[in-house]
Each structure stands twice: as C-alpha cells, then as structure tokens.
Design a protein around this ligand. Structure first.
Ligand SMILES: Nc1ncnc2c1ncn2[C@@H]1O[C@H](COP(=O)(O)OP(=O)(O)OP(=O)(O)O)[C@@H](O)[C@H]1O
Length: 364
C-alpha cells in the first residue's frame, strides 16, 4: 500500500525554553513526524511528554522558546522561515486549531455564531468587512447581520457539527452551551477557515465518555467530508484506537514508537507503548482477572534528563546500551521503534510478542 502525499513534514524538531537562573527546559528533542493527506494522526504520551509544545512549534506559537528542526514544512513551505505575518495566514486558513479548554478559547462576550462568522470573513472572500471599529460597534449595539453570507455559513457549520436548532443556538454565548456543544463550536470554528490540517489538542478530555465518543466520531466524519487531515493530541490510547489511522508515541520529549494504528496495537514493540496498552482494559496483554498495570516511576525532569533513552530508569528491560543515544529501527515500512533492545534480540523478542498479541482485536 502506498501512503498518501505528506502535507506536513517534521524532522529533528527540538524545542528548548531558556531559563535565566537555571538549566534550560529541553521540552522536545529530535521529533520526526509526517502527517499525510486525509489521515487522522494521533500524538500520544503522558502529561509533559511534549505533545502540545510540538503542536505549538508547528504553528510558531512559542515566542519564549528556541525551535530548531532539520525540516518543518507544510505543503513543502518551510514554516521555520515564515514571517509572523505569513504565519498569521497559515494559522486558521491552512492549519486550524482546536483547544482543550473551550471556555477560555472562545470569546465570552460574543455569540458563538458571530465568532465562527468572523473566521469565515477573515479567511474567505465574502466581500464583508472583517471588523473595523464602527463595524464592531454596530455588531455589539445592534446585533449581528443575520442575512450576511458569513452568518449563513456559520449556521451551516454549526448544523454540520451537530448543534441542534443551529440558527437559534448561533445567537447564544459560550456559557449558555454545554461543554460538548462548545467543543463542537470549536470544531466549526476550525473548519470555518477551510484548512488542510486541524490540530486538535486534547479536544475531548474534559467531557464524559459518551459525549467524547460522539464528538470524536463527528470529527472523523467531518474530516472525511471536508478533506482535512487531523493531528489529534491525546494522552488516551483508547481515543487513538477509535479515531486514528496512524499514531506517534512520545515520552519525555522524544518519539518512542510510531506507525499505523493497527500495527502499533497488534504489535506494540516499545516497552513504554506496551505499558500504555496494559493500562487500558480493552487492550491489556494480561488476562482479565489480573490487575491492570501501570509503569512505576515518573518521567525525568526536562532540565536534567539523563543521556540516552529517557525511559531507561522505568524500563523493565533496560541494559547498558540504553545510556547511548536513541537508535531508530524500522520494524516495517510503516512501523518505527526507538529502542536499543530491538537490535539486541530482535528475532526472539518481537516474534514472541507477535504470538502473544495476535488474538487482540483493534476497533475500526
Ligand atoms: N513556556 C514554557 N516554559 C518552560 N517550560 C515549558 C513551557 N511550556 C511547556 N514547558 C515544558 O515542556 C514540557 C512539555 O510540555 P507539553 O505541554 O508539551 O506536554 P504535554 O505532553 O502536552 O502534556 P499535557 O498532556 O499535560 O498537556 C513540560 O515539561 C512543560 O513543563
């Protein structure tokens, strides 16, 4: 199977936050990631692993950090050399963003319909003003022009993301909607710029599981309908299993394993990925009557990370070579692992893992 064309290419991304009176925070070290056309790509890892920093580096939203990469391109354009003005036209129109906390991301004093209409006006040529002072005053004093093309598009988008009675709800303010509805508004707002990519940073973490499942299914369908690729940031491998075509597993600023979701779930090869899988009931490699396992310990401080594999102090199979720089091994063309153990005894370890996991089903 050939992969669709890459939209976003990242090679050797490193992000460091300088600190005046102490060691720098090495938030991200050497991350490679490719987002292909039409795919939903999960970026997964525990808190502090560098997922959000990676996402913000793509959009050049890290004023206080040093960002380097041997490649960071969107549709072959080098994002690292874009001016702030050029990046402003990339954000929203080319790469949209959905944040976890919709209450702080949305404007509390503007109706949700107007917030989406504003994005439509900003990114598409509706012939309407994008907001002079008098325009803004008119909007707040006299209300929104409900006959405008941007308002109509806003209502249409709200309807598409599953807000019932969208033409009425469009006139409501964020606090009048439930958490799930606000996340749907954020999805509509991201789609309003007609982007090629949406970066969704923990978009359903604050929601209960049934609402989460509905919204993720909706996001997946909308991406197919709108032909948008998604980088979905989550700490939850269950979400990845339900939603993503491909997954990159991060730990303490580095990629540990990545590949097609089916491959990662049926043949997890990095001890960290195995630990993540064992901590969720549906995919645990251990029998149902045993206790679910979590990997003991915590991630190293990014100001004082040991050399070599950052997982080695928690890893059940660590050995001397793990203090050397992380290697990269291809298990297949679509499955990569960064682990010294893979080279140590590949035949025995991997083939036995394949036998253990072959009965596990992965949800479509
Ligand atoms: N502005 C900043 N200044 C200094 N350190 C930062 C800054 N922003 C993030 N970091 C550090 O960078 C590391 C990675 O943070 P990041 O937010 O990317 O993690 P994450 O994987 O997204 O975690 P979470 O799931 O909790 O959001 C963390 O150690 C964090 O404390």
């Amino acid at each position: 199977m050939t992969n669709p064309d890459p939209l976003l290419e990242m090679r050797n991304l490193a992000v460091t936050f300088p600190v005046d009176d102490g060691p720098d925070v090495r938030a991200v070290e050497s991350v490679d990631l490719t987002l292909h056309e039409g795919e939903v790509h999960g970026l997964v890892g525990e808190s502090g692993s560098g997922k959000s920093v990676t996402a913000r580096a793509i959009l050049q939203l890290l004023d206080d950090a040093r960002v380097t990469a041997s490649e960071l391109t969107f549709e072959s354009v080098n994002l690292l050399t874009q001016s702030e003005e050029e990046m402003r036209s990339v954000r929203g129109a080319e790469i949209g963003m959905i944040f976890q906390d919709s209450l702080s991301a949305l404007n509390p004093v503007m109706t949700v319909g107007e917030q989406i209409a504003e994005v439509v006006r900003h990114h598409t040529n509706t012939g309407e003003s994008t907001g002079t002072l008098s325009e803004l005053r008119r909007k707040y004093v006299t209300g929104t022009d409900e006959t405008s093309a941007s308002w109509e598009r806003s209502v249409e988008l709200l309807d598409m993301v599953g807000i019932p009675d969208a033409s009425t709800r469009a006139n409501e303010y964020p606090h009048q909607l439930s958490g799930g509805q606000r996340q749907r508004v954020m999805i509509a707002q991201a789609l309003a710029g007609d982007p090629s990519i949406i970066i969704a940073d923990e978009p359903t973490t604050a929601l209960d599981v049934t609402v989460e499942a509905d919204i993720l299914a909706e996001l997946r369908d909308l991406c197919d309908d709108f032909d948008v690729s998604v980088l979905l940031i989550t700490h939850d491998l269950g979400v990845v299993a339900e939603t993503c075509d491909r997954v990159t597993v991060m730990y303490s600023g580095s990629v540990m394993e990545k590949g097609l979701t089916d491959s990662i779930f049926t043949h997890p090869s990095h001890p960290y990925t195995e630990g993540l899988l064992q901590s969720i009931p549906e995919y645990s490699l251990i029998s149902n009557d045993s206790e679910l396992q979590t990997t003991p310990g915590s991630a190293p401080d990014p100001r004082d990370r040991p050399n070599g594999c950052p997982f080695r102090d928690r890893c059940p199979i660590a050995f001397d070579a793990c203090s050397e720089p992380l290697p990269t091994h291809s298990i297949t063309d679509d499955h990569i692992i960064r682990c010294h153990d893979y080279a140590r005894d590949r035949t025995e370890d991997v083939s036995s893992k394949y036998q253990e996991t072959q009965e596990i089903e992965v949800s479509e």
